[in-house]
Every structure is written in structure tokens, then in C-alpha cells.
Design a protein around this ligand. Structure first.
Ligand code: NAD
Ligand code: TYD
Length: 369
């Protein structure tokens, strides 16, 4: 249920509904954009799943142009109630179940949130916006909808055929199709961005980079799936947030823009870089961390390589990432070293259960197996 409506939105330039704003990318987006754009009202709607953390928003929660509503986007009435209450002009849709490994264990939630939740938001837009000017539904999606690439050459472009591998990427692909269909069928003003792997502050430590940083600091194994040769294209989260804002301001309605970091790394290279930076930041030898690297059985259906061709957004809208992998990773390591209170808050019983379920079954493998 929604709380009392705020009057804070009156007279503001834009009312921007941000879904999933208590998660990793959404909270980084709000921390950047709410202070920078005091004329806009940012309405954060989030179900507060295990992946959410309101503590990530502590620096902006007092701002007059920020409000929070706890709702489940899979509940159509709750979504409509928020639309009636705030009459948003823009929707920036981050909310999703986002972890591939969890989608292998529990796919149903991914369908509810990623497909049905997106549908509910689109319906609310269709019913309340009609043909009003200045409205926009921005759908935040992933490069994983495109499937996977071979070892060398080739990039995902905006024209690459969809070929998702996991229940996560299939549910995101389904949501992308729904979003496009609402433009083609109903003329709803939409745009989609498909981004590569993000990393940075406030990422839940089930994902590769924060998991490895925290395990290394606590002298626990660094579990690399298979032989660690899978490749991801890494982008610092604030660069992603700036890209989304650029697309909202300058992008063309109905277009898709790929966003990437031009930073392809094997998982083993990523973990070795984390060990090196941790050593430099803590004054300990890198071997203290590297000796924790443990090869564990591979993820089923593990996509080999993702790599984004981000030339369209650069050419048409002038966006390019500011951080290199080296500078972004150092910022990230420092953030986790300096924000132990945040880390303790996400270490819930649910988190411990997840680690036990996902990793206890993965027995040690020799790298050469
Ligand atoms: P996250 O898992 O950290 O956060 C997701 C947020 O959505 C959480 O706050 C959660 O509580 C909320 N949420 C989940 N189900 C909900 C529901 N039913 N109703 C309302 N809120 C709900 O995810 P993230 O990494 O911040 O990803 C955000 C978006 O960006 C997702 O759509 C994801 O597909 C996309 N994306 C992520 C990456 C990445 O590397 N993390 C890369 C490309 C695209
Ligand atoms: P992840 O952060 O889960 O993102 P995604 O699956 O969306 O790319 O994983 C990034 C890569 O790291 C992926 O190839 C799987 C691998 N990985 C490991 O090797 N060990 C781990 O413990 C995790 C979580 C991921």
C-alpha cells in the first residue's frame, strides 16, 4: 500500500518514477541524479527484496525531491495506485530479479517480476498517459538478451538477434519485446538500453566482483566457475547511470542503445586484478589473496563471452565511459573497504543461506580438469 501522497512534487519540472531504486544500479542512479536535479521529483518504488538496501539511499532520503514507496510491481493494483497518486511523466525501470545463478535455482520469481512486473508498468503508462506529450518509459535491460559470443571477434550490436540462455536473460528478453510492442501497438513512447556487466559501490555481494572482494578480505575461497576463461565486458556503474540520463535527455523514442565499457576481461583476470588492488590498498602481499582462488564446477548454460559495440550511443548521443577498468575497480575496492557498515547490513540470514546453497554443492575442481 502507498503511504500519504506527498505535495513535494507540485510544480516540479518532471516526476520521474524509478523502479528498483533500492538495488545496485537504481541506488547509484538516485544518489547521482536526485541531488543534481533538485527540480525533478524522484519517486523510488521498490519491493525491497533481498537485493535491496535502503541504507544505500541514506545520503538522499532527506531530500525534498525524493520519495520512497514500497510496492511489488507484480501487483497491478499497487502499480496503478502509485501512478494515480504521483502521475509520473517518466518511468525509469530498473526493478528486476537480476542474478543468473538464482534464476537457475528459482526461475518463477524472474517471470513474475521481470515479465509480469514490466507488463503492469506498461499497462499503467498506457492507461494514464494516453497520447499526452513529454512522457517516456525507459527500460533498463542487459546485453545477456543477445546470448553469447565466441572467443574472438564479434560484438553485440543493436541489431543482434535475441538468443537468451538463462531464465534471467530470457525473462529480460521477454520484457524487452513487451516494451517494444507497446510502442508499435499503442504508440507508447519508449526507449531501451542494453548494458554490459556493471560493477561499483553498493552491489550486492552475490555478484562476481563484490563477492570476491569480501571473500578475499575474510580469507574465504574465491570461487571461480569452470576455468575462469569466460569473458565479460565491465562498466563502472556511474558510467551506466550517466548513459541512461543521456539517453533520456537526448535519445530518440523507440530506439535501442547498447551501453558497454569496452573492457573485456576473463573472470580469472578480474579476480587477479582484485587481489592485486587489495594488496596495494591494504599493504599485504598479493599472494595472501591469490592463494584463495578456487576453481569450482561451472554454471549450467554459462555464456562464454559478452562484448558490446557501444558505437551508436557514442556517435549519436556523445556518451562514452569515463572510468577505465583499473580506475573503476580501485574505486570499488576502496568503497568496500570503507563501507563495512553497509556490508554488515546486507549480510542477512537470507544471504548466508544463498552462499550455502550456491557454493556448498560446488566441489573443488582442478584448473586442468
Ligand atoms: P539488483 O538486483 O541489485 O536490484 C534490483 C532491485 O529491484 C532491488 O532493489 C529489488 O528490491 C527490486 N525489485 C525486485 N523485484 C521487485 C518487484 N517485484 N517489485 C519492485 N521492486 C523489485 O539489480 P541491478 O543490478 O541494480 O539491476 C538493475 C537493472 O539493470 C535490472 O533490470 C537488470 O536487468 C539491469 N542490468 C543489470 C546489470 C548488472 O550488471 N547488474 C547489467 C545490465 C543491466
Ligand atoms: P555475475 O556477476 O553473476 O554476472 P553475470 O552472470 O550476469 O555475467 O558473474 C560474472 C561472471 O563471473 C560470470 O561469467 C560467472 C562468473 N562467476 C564466478 O566465476 N564465480 C562466482 O562466484 C560468481 C558469482 C560468478
Amino acid at each position: 500500500m502507498c503511504s500519504e501522497p506527498t505535495r513535494r512534487g507540485r510544480g516540479l519540472a518532471m516526476k520521474i518514477l524509478v523502479t528498483g531504486g533500492a538495488g545496485f544500479i537504481g541506488s547509484n542512479f538516485l544518489n547521482l541524479m536526485a541531488p543534481r536535479h533538485p527540480d525533478h521529483l524522484f519517486i523510488n518504488v521498490d519491493k525491497l527484496t533481498y537485493a535491496a538496501n535502503l541504507f544505500s539511499l541514506k545520503d538522499i532520503e532527506h531530500l525534498p525531491n525524493y520519495v520512497f514507496e514500497k510496492i511489488d510491481i507484480a501487483d497491478p493494483e499497487a502499480v496503478m495506485a502509485v501512478f494515480r497518486r504521483y502521475e509520473p511523466d517518466r518511468v525509469i525501470h530498473f526493478a528486476a530479479e537480476s542474478h543468473v545463478d538464482r534464476s537457475i535455482m528459482e526461475p518463477a520469481r524472474f517471470i513474475w517480476t521481470n515479465v509480469v512486473g514490466t507488463f503492469n508498468l506498461l499497462e499503467a503508462c498506457r492507461m494514464t498517459w494516453g497520447r499526452k506529450e513529454g512522457r517516456l518509459f525507459h527500460h533498463v535491460s542487459t546485453d545477456e538478451v543477445y546470448g553469447f559470443l565466441g572467443e574472438t571477434g564479434g560484438y553485440f550490436t543493436e541489431e543482434t538477434k535475441y538468443d537468451p540462455s538463462s531464465p534471467y536473460s530470457a525473462s529480460k528478453a521477454a520484457s524487452d519485446h513487451l516494451v517494444r510492442s507497446y510502442y508499435k501497438t499503442f504508440g507508447l513512447p519508449i526507449e531501451i538500453t542494453n548494458c554490459s556487466n556493471n560493477y561499483g559501490p553498493r552491489q550486492f555481494p552475490e555478484k562476481l566482483i563484490p563477492l570476491m572482494i569480501l571473500n578475499a578480505l575474510e580469507e574465504r575461497p574465491l570461487p571461480i566457475y569452470g576455468k575462469g576463461q569466460n569473458v565479460r565486458d565491465w562498466l563502472y556503474v556511474e558510467d551506466h547511470c550517466e548513459a541512461i540520463w543521456t539517453v533520456i535527455e537526448k535519445g530518440r523514442v523507440s530506439e535501442t542503445y547498447n551501453i558497454g565499457g569496452n573492457s573485456e576481461k576473463t573472470n580469472l583476470e578480474v579476480v587477479q586484478a582484485i587481489c592485486r588492488i587489495l594488496a596495494e590498498e591494504t599493504g599485504r602481499p598479493a599472494e595472501d589473496f591469490e592463494k584463495l582462488i578456487t576453481f569450482v564446477p561451472d554454471r549450467p548454460g554459462h555464456d562464454f563471452r559478452y562484448a558490446i559495440d557501444a558505437s551508436k550511443i557514442k556517435r549519436e548521443l556523445g556518451w562514452a565511459p569515463k572510468e577505465s577498468f583499473e580506475s573503476g575497480l580501485r574505486k570499488t575496492v576502496r568503497w568496500y573497504l570503507q563501507n563495512r557498515d553497509w556490508v554488515e547490513k546486507v549480510r542477512t540470514d537470507e544471504y548466508r543461506r544463498w552462499l550455502a546453497v550456491n557454493y556448498s554443492e560446488r566441489t573443488r575442481l582442478d584448473a586442468g580438469d
